[in-house]
Design a protein around this ligand. Sequence first.
Ligand SMILES: NC(=O)c1ccc[n+]([C@@H]2O[C@H](COP(=O)([O-])OP(=O)(O)OC[C@H]3O[C@@H](n4cnc5c(N)ncnc54)[C@H](OP(=O)(O)O)[C@@H]3O)[C@@H](O)[C@H]2O)c1
Length: 306
Amino acid sequence: MSLQPESQPIILIAGATGFIGRPLTRALAEKGHALRCLSRADQASLPPGVQRVKADLLDPPSLEPALEGVDTAYYLVHSLDAGVSRFAERDRTAAINFSKAAENAGVRRVIFLSGLGEPSEHLSAHLQSRHEVADILRQGAFATTVLRAAVILGAGGASFELIRFLVKTQPVIPDLKGLDTHCQPIALANALRYLTGCLDEEKTAGQSFDIGGPEVLTYRQMLEGFARVANDINLFLPVPFFSSRLTAWLLGVLSPVRADTALALLHGLGNEVICRENRIRGLIRQKLIPYEEAIRLALQITPARP
Ligand SMILES: NC(=O)c1ccc[n+]([C@@H]2O[C@H](COP(=O)([O-])OP(=O)(O)OC[C@H]3O[C@@H](n4cnc5c(N)ncnc54)[C@H](OP(=O)(O)O)[C@@H]3O)[C@@H](O)[C@H]2O)c1
């Protein structure tokens, strides 16, 4: 670990190698924060000057040095790759271990990016697990901020890559149950602004906020909008033998997303994931990026000049 100026509070990013963690690390490094990135990997490419610490949330002794001296920790971790029967238990254990280690280290704040969806509805195992992790972190002796998001639109995100794969490679999309469920996706840039903004806005400490883009869309509209931007044409056909499990298996074989992750996400198709309140918009102001513009940004498509 390289030494960092003692006067600056240390910000830990657990999940720094992930889809959200990587750009968040870059954004916070550009703002000059003293950063420490936690990963199980032996190597991780990080911006210059950022500390790296090898630790596993399932291995409590490795967490003590990782959390030493930390003021605020981002928690951007999930275990979907462990498989549908195991991820919830792993995520529970990881959150409990992290919470204990953070308490012992005297961490002041934790910022967790969780999932939308109402606990009163019959939530998928993935969304239930996200809510459980939020509850575990809220019980810690530190101020936990929970940001609840639906699909985050950016290249490399698991849900985004599933949409991209279906639109770009499948002329016929199985008309899965759940395509007419509502979702409020958010552009990666907007989600990152909320995440970095929570650090500067102390009023977000100890609070939970729903974060979403400017539109509520069905998954079918999201696929259609993606196809418009990417200039693809897809047909939605009822294909009765296409179960979520078979679709997930195909996605795991053919797309960059692992089958376990795809299956857990497909199970969530039946759950509405829309913001129930917008308090965050009054605290962290920004222009919310419309869905199709977010897709263009993710695909790096420059609009034609008028
Ligand atoms: N992607 C979305 O559309 C979306 C939407 C809503 C909410 N979220 C939330 O955003 C957060 C980040 O998601 P993501 O999409 O960035 O996930 P991701 O790309 O799959 O990254 C997951 C991260 O978790 C870390 N991790 C997993 N198990 C670990 C363990 N045992 N110990 C230490 N680190 C561990 C991995 O680090 P190493 O492998 O390097 O150890 C990796 O950096 C999650 O809380 C997720 O629920 C994401």
